[in-house]
Design a protein. Sequence first.
Length: 414
Amino acid sequence: MTWRQAQLRRLFRIVNGGTPAADELNWGGEVRWATPIDLAPVDGGQLELTQRTISALGLLTGSRSVNGGSLVLSTRASIGYVAHVSNRTAFNQGCRGLEPRSSDVVTRFYLYVLLARRSDLQALGSGSTFMELSSEALGSLSVPVPPVREQSRTVEYLDAETARIDETVMKRRRLFELLEERVATVTASALGAAGFDSRWDGVPDRFGQFSMVRLGHVAEVRSGLTVDAARRFDGATIQVGYLRVANVHADRIDTADVKEVEVDPVLLRRHLLATGDVLMTEGGDIDKLGRGAVWDGRIVPCLHQNHVFAVRAQRGVLHPQFLALLTRTPYARAYFETTATKTTGIASTSSSKIRDFRIPLPTVEEQRSIVAEVDERLAAIRAACRAAGGQILLLVEHRRSLVIAAVQGEGTAA
């Protein structure tokens, strides 16, 4: 079927956000105040809670709000997160509100439309310092306008179908968590340390047969390159690969999307990665902090971001794969989670804390034997992870295709 089209501004009043002044009278009130950080976890769903709230005075003097039944969309860093709000909600300048102009607009239908059109919204963004979607560009977006009955019918269909898909995805992600727990158990068992002392500064009961040393005594912790757009070079430069936090995972280095950076020979030598370096992220989710993945040298030359540490083990003393496995044990998790510096929504570690991490130090031959044993025992787990990961990707793509087809008038037949 063919539905008529209209600009989004014809259906919604578009409201710009703002941030009240840092006066205590403006903050901590009863009005929810959303930012893109609040929208990201509930993308496509209902926004019930925000990290911060403002007072009626803060709303009056520094922000704007929309009524319940409206949408809030992130229009800066990153563009396209969207959520439905059931109560009055204010938001900062990184968001815009969409308040329906009439009862002929079923808000949740247009939530699905915006999800389906995310790439279009991002393409409409502009800016030199950061990308932002303006009110004008957002309002000019052409969207379908089916009859109210069709909007409601489409929402009912998509709510049911996406809920079913989301439940399956959640189960697959839970499987990942269980597999990760199994990795920790297998690694700890191979080390002969199934019973870890939960205190970060304690020595696991069964590490007694190994000497314990500070990681800094047997490895060099190297900081990465800080990208500076204002930096000027006098001589020749070279474009090289540049690993970011997004490339470093708990068990692997993902090079599907590697950026490049321009450097001179001095910076290249100072920050050059070597095969066998164990990469650790400085900040992020606390459960992933301090986990190490070994760089295999697949890109030469290659540098790393200043928010990624490269731990270079002493040859003949510490095996990189042994260190990477050790960072996934409960003992290591307790250390990095306890010593992390925590702020809202993020945790971080430092080079000094990585150096102070005490590790068991069997002989290199024993380390290699442990790595081989763990690799053999983890083969089936890794295969299960790959299968679950592939299923999740297919489910997510199926969900996206389902939404796109439905808001175009296809795929909602009973």
